[in-house]
Structures are given as structure tokens and as C-alpha cells.
Design a protein around this ligand. Structure first.
Ligand code: NDP
Length: 497
């Protein structure tokens, strides 16, 4: 077992290249979700702190210390950051597990992905872009992509470093300056990333980090007129607040929100593969994954067999502290989130659903001080139940039954969300037919969860606006400008005199 450091980490904000406490000196504790111990203190930033970061980013954008560099120069900084993430991978992995609770093998994967994401955007930004048009002589028209300006980036706690990097890497690659806010629940690895920025000599003011409550600091970022764009990942309810806060200044908004994603399993699927991926789809990350396969839809002829096998395996999942190598599923991220998940479990029972397994907080095996919940399965659910419609964001899955393709699609699309979805079938044509009918932005056939830096990530409907990752993720952080050049410089002659 990796030793948990007893020392409390004293976090600071990073504004204009300086490490800062909150202007009012207030802090809040950061808690280890495996045992409720205080592991760090974070500055409780204020509106004034947010403004200081915004002005620093504005100044840096205007004076061109970052936006004025060539793509190649910016890329070389990003590559150095990627190398440093690799160099500190072991420490970052331990810190991620300490703060978020996820098992070490999950945290290790996130850290490696974060380095790869910086490399991907370092490469992409140096590749050809823009367009030229053959318009009527003597004009020449072309399109260039430019940075948007100051980008506000607000991220959640489920992938503390990786969600930060999905925004920071493309935003910086494009030449923007940033004001970044981690979740107050998990600020430790993001702070380490900003130490890396300092270490590689990123120009002052290019990347600023403020901490503090979302409704205070986050709201200021979303509403401030000097912020040109806000990019947010988190709950749909918060996303709506952010959209409203951004509306007055008409800033560009990019939102990666929640989901209630369907995982459709046909009778002709490879049975054990489908069960295995269905478990991975919901219980990886303790269900705190926006794309989690939280609704399993199973064809009626194999429904009972599927539920029996799924429950048998769910009961065997080893739940424990993330820093125990034997752990397969860690705790929920916070006491507040534990309450929310337990509330949904109670609600499911009140709504008349049957708990096929789990349903309780775990207090045995020295887990009583952590935020551990059993892998939970609900059956006998109806489509209009809140546990079927709403994002629980925990290790809680509903298993529904369908008769045919049409019913599978209807149930799958029957929520306000549209983030992800999967189909398991050995009939390739049927699988693709169904996938094409899903109103969702991220889909898999005979798989669940793989995510690539190259491929766009984001949702339909109330799962968000815009895309992260890939070329699409870079374009989110770019403005588009048309340039029309007159190749024959003489008066237009529209007016006679
Ligand atoms: P939030 O969506 O509220 O938090 C995400 C980020 O937004 C945090 O940095 C938070 O700050 C910030 N924030 C909160 N309120 C505002 C605001 N008014 N203006 C600007 N920024 C704000 O997630 P919660 O932790 O509250 O979780 C609530 C639910 O959201 C979860 O139970 C889950 O269902 C869903 N969720 C979905 C995620 C996803 O990836 N789809 C990720 C996280 C949550 P801070 O927390 O520091 O105060």
C-alpha cells in the first residue's frame, strides 16, 4: 500500500506568475475521501481574486507574451509540460488517488493521458490550417484561425488533472491566456500542474489559477466582461447557471455536462463480454464519470440471465481505499456527494424499484470514515422514475428490459441527456443501425469507455454544447476570421462624384 503523506499540503493560487493566498486569507480544508482526513488547505478565493487573475490574463493576452509566440514556440512549451508530467507521474498518481479517491491504476492512466493530451495539441497547433477561396478577381479571400482571448476554464472533481488538461492544453496551444478554476474538492493535482508551468518558464500571466467556491469565483469568471469565453465541465444544473451568467457579455460558451447513458445489450451479443463491459461502464470511477453506462438495457430473452450474472459479479468488486493495490472501486469523492448518492438510492426504493444488490454505505473493513457505497443495481424500474431519468453520478445502475430494436432506441433516447451510449451485438448491421439512431455524441459498439485525444468528446441535448479533444476541441478555443485582399488597388467607383 502506498503511504499516505501525513503532512497537510498548503495550496496557493497562481496569479500573474505569483503564488497567492486569498486576499481575505480564508482557506477551506481538502479531505481524503477514503478516511475523511484533512490532506490540504485551499485558498477560499474571492471575487477580487478572480478579477486579479482575469486582469493578469487580459494583460498577458494584449501584450502578446503568449499569443504573440509562433505556434512552434508555444508547442515547445507544451511538450516540456508533457515531459514534466511524465517525470512526476508517480507523485501525481499518488496525489490524485489521495484527493479524488480513485484507485491507483485509474489515477495512473489519467496522468499518462494528461501528458499525451499536451503532446497531441503541441503537434496539432503546428499543422496546416485555414482556408483560401477562389472568389471573383481581383479579390483573394482567406480564413485564419485566431485565439479567442481570455478563456475561463472551470472543471469538476471526477478527473481533477485530466479534465483540467482537456481544456488547458488546447486553450494554450491556440494562443489564448487562461483563468482556470479547479473544483474546491480536488485542487491538488491542478496546483501541481501550475508548478510545472512555472518550472518550464511559461510567460507570466499566460496561465492563472484561482480557487474558491463555484458560485463566487466561478460565477465571476463566467460573467466578467474581460473574459471572452467560458469552458465548463460539470453538472447540467451548474452548466445552466454558467450559460446565464455568460449571456450578458455574449461570451462564447462551451459546456461538457452530465449524462444518463444507455448501454444496450442484444441477445446475440457475446454474453460475458457484454456483462464485463457493463460492469466497467458503470463502476469504473465509482460511477462518477459523465459518460457512465448508468442505464443498462437488455433484450428480454436474456434479461434474467444477464441480471443474475451482473449481480453475481458486482458483489465481488473489491471496494476500498484507492491506495490499496487490491482495490477495484474507490470511495465517492466527498461527504456531500455521498449524501446525494444515498438519497437517490432511498428515492429508488420509494419509487418502487427493487434493489438487486448493494444499496448501502460500507462501514465495515475499516471503511467507516470514508465515503464508500456498495455497487448497487436496481431492477423493476419504470422509464419515468427519477433514478432512470436523473444523473446519480455514483455506483448505481438501473437494468431495464426491451422487446426489440425500436423499443431499445426509444428507451435509450428517453431522457434529457445525450452524452454517450453503447450497443453490444454480434450483428454488425444491427449494431450500427441502432448506434446511428442514438441521440448521443460518444458511442461504442461492443465496448465501453475508451476515449482518445484524437476524437471529439461531448454531448447532444442537455449534455452540453461543443466538443473537447481532437481538432474540434482546438476549434472551441479559436475565433475564425475572414481576410479579403484586393489585388488591384484602385477606387471602387460606386459613387459618381
Ligand atoms: P458542479 O457542476 O457544481 O461543479 C463543477 C465545477 O463548477 C466546480 O469547479 C464548481 O466549483 C463549479 N461551480 C459550481 N457552481 C458554479 C457556478 N454557479 N458558477 C460557476 N462555477 C460553478 O458539480 P458538483 O460538485 O456540485 O456536483 C453536482 C452534480 O453534478 C454531481 O452530482 C453530478 O451529477 C454532476 N457532475 C457531473 C460531472 C460531469 O463530468 N458530467 C462532473 C461533476 C459533477 P466548486 O465545486 O469548487 O464550488
Amino acid at each position: 500500500m502506498v503511504e499516505v503523506k501525513a503532512k497537510v499540503i498548503n495550496l496557493k493560487m497562481y496569479i500573474d506568475g505569483e503564488w497567492k493566498d486569498a486576499e481575505n486569507q480564508e482557506t477551506r480544508p481538502v479531505i481524503n475521501p477514503a478516511n475523511s482526513e484533512v490532506i490540504a488547505t485551499a485558498p477560499e478565493g474571492t471575487v477580487e481574486d478572480a478579477r486579479a487573475a482575469i486582469y493578469a490574463a487580459r494583460k498577458a493576452f494584449e501584450n502578446g507574451v503568449w499569443s504573440g509566440l509562433s505556434a512552434q514556440e508555444r508547442a515547445s512549451y507544451l511538450l516540456k509540460v508533457a515531459d514534466k508530467i511524465d517525470e512526476y507521474a508517480e507523485e501525481l498518481t499518488e496525489l490524485e488517488t489521495l484527493d479524488n479517491g480513485k484507485p491507483l491504476r485509474e489515477a495512473g492512466g489519467d496522468i499518462a493521458d494528461a501528458a499525451a493530451c499536451f503532446r497531441y495539441y503541441a503537434g496539432l497547433i503546428t499543422k496546416p490550417d485555414g482556408q483560401t477561396y477562389h472568389v471573383a478577381d481581383p479579390m483573394q479571400a482567406m480564413v485564419v484561425r485566431e485565439p479567442i482571448g481570455v478563456c475561463g476554464l472551470i472543471v469538476p472533481w471526477n478527473y481533477p488533472l485530466l479534465m483540467s488538461v482537456w481544456k488547458i492544453a488546447p486553450a494554450l496551444a491556440a494562443g489564448n491566456t487562461i483563468v482556470f478554476k479547479p473544483s474546491e474538492v480536488t485542487p491538488i493535482t491542478p496546483k501541481k500542474l501550475f508548478e510545472i508551468f512555472e518550472e518550464v518558464g511559461l510567460p507570466k500571466g499566460a496561465a492563472n489559477m484561482v480557487m474558491g467556491a463555484g458560485p463566487v469565483v466561478g460565477n465571476e469568471i463566467a460573467s466578467h466582461p474581460e473574459v471572452d469565453m467560458v469552458s465548463f465541465t460539470g453538472g447540467t444544473k451548474t452548466g445552466k447557471h454558467i450559460m446565464k451568467a455568460a449571456a450578458d457579455t455574449m461570451k462564447k460558451v462551451s459546456l461538457e455536462l452530465g449524462g444518463k447513458s444507455p448501454n444496450i445489450i442484444f441477445a446475440d451479443a457475446d454474453f460475458e463480454t457484454a456483462v464485463d463491459y457493463a460492469l466497467f461502464g458503470i463502476y469504473c470511477g465509482t460511477g462518477q464519470v459523465c459518460s457512465a453506462g448508468s442505464r443498462i438495457l437488455v433484450e428480454e430473452s436474456i434479461y434474467d440471465q444477464f441480471v443474475a450474472r451482473f449481480v453475481e459479479r458486482a458483489k465481488q468488486i473489491k471496494v476500498g481505499p484507492g491506495n490499496d493495490p487490491a482495490t477495484e472501486m474507490g470511495p465517492l469523492v466527498s461527504a456531500q456527494h455521498l449524501e446525494k448518492v444515498l438519497h437517490y438510492i432511498e428515492l429508488g426504493k420509494q419509487e418502487g424499484a427493487t434493489v438487486a444488490c448493494g444499496g448501502n454505505r460500507i462501514k465495515s473493513n475499516n471503511l467507516e470514515n470514508g465515503f464508500f457505497v456498495e455497487p448497487t443495481v436496481f431492477i423493476d424500474v419504470k422509464q419515468d422514475m427519477r433514478i432512470v431519468q436523473e444523473e446519480i453520478f455514483g455506483p448505481v445502475v438501473v437494468i431495464q428490459k426491451f422487446k426489440d430494436e425500436a423499443e431499445a432506441v426509444k428507451l435509450a433516447n428517453g431522457t434529457v441527456y445525450g452524452l454517450a451510449g453503447a450497443v453490444f451485438s454480434n450483428d454488425g448491421a444491427k449494431a450500427l443501425r441502432v448506434i446511428k439512431k442514438l441521440r448521443a455524441g460518444i458511442t461504442w459498439i461492443n465496448s465501453y469507455h475508451p476515449t482518445y485525444n484524437e476524437a471529439p468528446w461531448g454531448g447532444y441535448k442537455q449534455s452540453g454544447i461543443g466538443r473537447s479533444l481532437g481538432t474540434f476541441g482546438l476549434e472551441e478555443f479559436q475565433e475564425i476570421k475572414q481576410i479579403n485582399i484586393n489585388l488591384q488597388v484602385e477606387p471602387v467607383g460606386w459613387f459618381e462624384n
